[in-house]
Design a protein around this ligand. Structure first.
Ligand code: CP
Length: 292
């Protein structure tokens, strides 16, 4: 079957309780590229504003024919609750400070492209010998958490870098293959790949940061990158705050993979949607043909 028709007329609901540009648009384009019908429910223009719960919103979307829900929520674990209450496949488009799995998968695709490894031939330890630094607001970052779970499974060494306020010592408990390095220049010298993160002002909740000191110690700027990581791939999940964690020279420079990461969002999310809806279809078929 043509890829454009694989999910023809299947109904996909995008339920977004937080703002998003990349994730929402690429999930929507991915669903449409497969022929699915999409609808967007955002917390600011729906009955969620009137106090309707996540559970009731999910039940309502299911009653309207949704077969899969893509959820972004400020609450960690919300996708599991929604999947349990609706029985539908729920794709996590970012939940609180917990996870952003589709972002980690598109980041992995970007890394594999940089290394010249075909995504269809990924070996168990495809990233053995590769060191990646994630620098910035690790504490509040679901992107950091999902990448720190995924990349070491393929053999990568992950260095987490940032000040103690944004990277507590307990982050080493994230798993094997993870180390903390406070000196960004030292981390850069050991890395083939660098992932910058913005400071998540919306989740700081009283944490005080001296921004001038932060920039001087942790900003990816042209001088620092040229001196310590002149051949490294520079990544950022976005949104970027130019002049804070990264300068325009670096974000728009030849080492930057930021646009490629965004581009990779569509094929990755197409694959996730196909998988979720095909699994859903086979479960429904089994139930239909099951014991009478
Ligand atoms: N990377 C990411 O999640 O971006 P958005 O918040 O724009 O979706």
């Amino acid at each position: 079957m043509q890829r454009a028709n694989r999910l023809a007329k299947r109904r996909v609901a995008l339920l977004f309780y937080e703002s998003s540009t990349r994730t929402r648009t690429s999930f929507e384009l991915a669903a449409k590229a497969l022929g699915a019908d999409t609808t967007l429910v955002s917390s600011l223009s729906s009955s969620i504003e009137k106090g309707e719960s996540l559970k009731d919103t999910g039940i309502t979307l299911k009653a309207l024919g949704a077969e899969c829900i893509i959820l972004r929520s400020p609450y960690s674990g919300a996708p599991y609750l929604l999947a349990r209450t609706t029985g539908l496949p729920v794709l996590n488009a970012g939940d609180g400070m917990a996870e952003h799995p589709s972002q980690a998968l598109l980041d992995l695709r970007t890394i594999l492209q940089f290394l010249g490894i075909s995504s269809s031939a990924v070996q168990e330890k495809a990233l053995r010998g590769v060191t990646l630094t994630i620098c910035g607001d690790i504490l509040h970052s679901r992107v950091a958490r999902s990448n720190a779970l995924l990349l070491p499974r393929l053999g990568a060494k992950v260095i987490l870098c940032g000040p103690p306020e944004l990277l507590p010592e307990s982050a080493t408990g994230m798993g094997p293959g993870i180390v903390i390095e406070r000196d960004f220049d030292a981390a850069l010298r050991r890395s083939q790949i660098v992932m910058m993160l913005r400071i998540q002002a919306e989740r700081l909740a009283g944490v005080q940061i001296d921004l001038d000191e932060y920039r001087s110690r942790y900003q990816a700027n042209a001088e620092r990158i040229a001196a310590n990581a002149p051949a490294a791939l520079i990544m950022h999940p976005g949104p970027i705050i130019r002049g804070m964690e990264i300068t325009s020279e670096v974000a728009d420079g030849p080492q930057s993979a930021i646009a490629q990461q965004v581009h990779n969002g569509v094929p990755i999310r197409m694959a996730l949607l196909e998988r979720a809806l095909q699994a859903n279809a086979s479960t429904a078929a089994k139930k239909k043909g099951g014991p009478k």
